[in-house]
Design a protein around this ligand. Structure first.
Ligand code: IYR
Length: 228
């Protein structure tokens, strides 16, 4: 017999519309200031804050509530050095031929290259692993979507807490599983340097798309017009 999960009251507070406006405006203002940072100060960061942001990420929804993610905090210079070496080896292969010309052309304006000093400068790396779909005793669902959602919460929580991140995805990242001794059912998903930007840090002046470019609306009764 299937055992149903017991139900509990939701505990949802309806906010007055004015407060909803205020909060959404304030949140948008804060997330608008998030940028990927490639130049980190070596200053240490409060690890409890980092752990709490990971707790926030672990509240993300996931397929059948399997929560198919593992997070690893690395704040050990010798491990960070090995991770840098592993990443730079993959990145050299990427920039010297694995990437197609179109991809290299798209990256050229960002001036990225195979050097990854941020992997040792940042006081913390968070390695995120995705637990594979099917193992002998458990099946996972929508793994990429679930772990991606958790990572979205993670970078937003870290930013909101006053920390800078870089969503770094050297590919392939098998070296991470080896260095960190992860079980075989876990695939590396994302490597996230976390810290403070270096003094005087600069970022490329990247535009975001405008609402008209990313939002389509179908609203009952609304005039179909470009007027506003
Ligand atoms: N992983 C490489 C290349 C790279 C790829 C994308 I897509 C970017 O947005 C940025 C970089 C690197 O980290 O340099």
């Amino acid at each position: 017999m299937t055992e149903l999960i017991p139900l509990i009251p939701l505990g949802f507070e309806r906010l007055p519309e004015e407060q909803m406006e205020e909060r959404s405006i304030a949140f948008l203002g804060r997330v608008r200031t998030r940028r990927s940072v490639r130049h980190f100060s070596t200053d240490p960061v409060p690890l409890d804050v980092v752990r709490r942001c990971i707790d926030a990420a672990a509240q993300a929804p996931s397929g059948a509530n399997k929560q198919p993610w593992s997070f690893v905090i690395v704040s050990d210079p010798s491990l960070q050095k090995r991770i840098r070496e592993g990443a730079e080896e993959e990145e050299r292969a990427f920039y010297e031929g694995r990437a197609n010309q179109r991809w290299l052309d798209d990256l050229a304006p960002l001036a990225t290259d195979a050097h990854k000093p941020f992997l040792v400068d940042a006081p913390v790396l968070i390695a995120v692993f995705a637990q594979r779909q099917g193992t002998a005793d458990e099946q996972h669902y929508y793994v990429q979507t679930s772990v991606g959602l958790a990572c979205g919460v993670l970078i937003t929580a870290l930013h909101d807490a006053g920390l800078a991140t870089l969503t770094h995805t050297p590919s392939p990242m098998n070296f991470l599983s080896e260095i960190l001794g992860r079980p075989r059912n876990e695939r590396p998903f994302l490597l996230l340097p976390v810290g403070y930007p270096v003094q005087g840090c600069q970022v490329p002046d990247l535009p975001r798309k405008s609402r008209a470019e990313y939002l389509t609306e179908h609203i009952a009764g609304a005039a179909d017009s470009d007027a506003d």
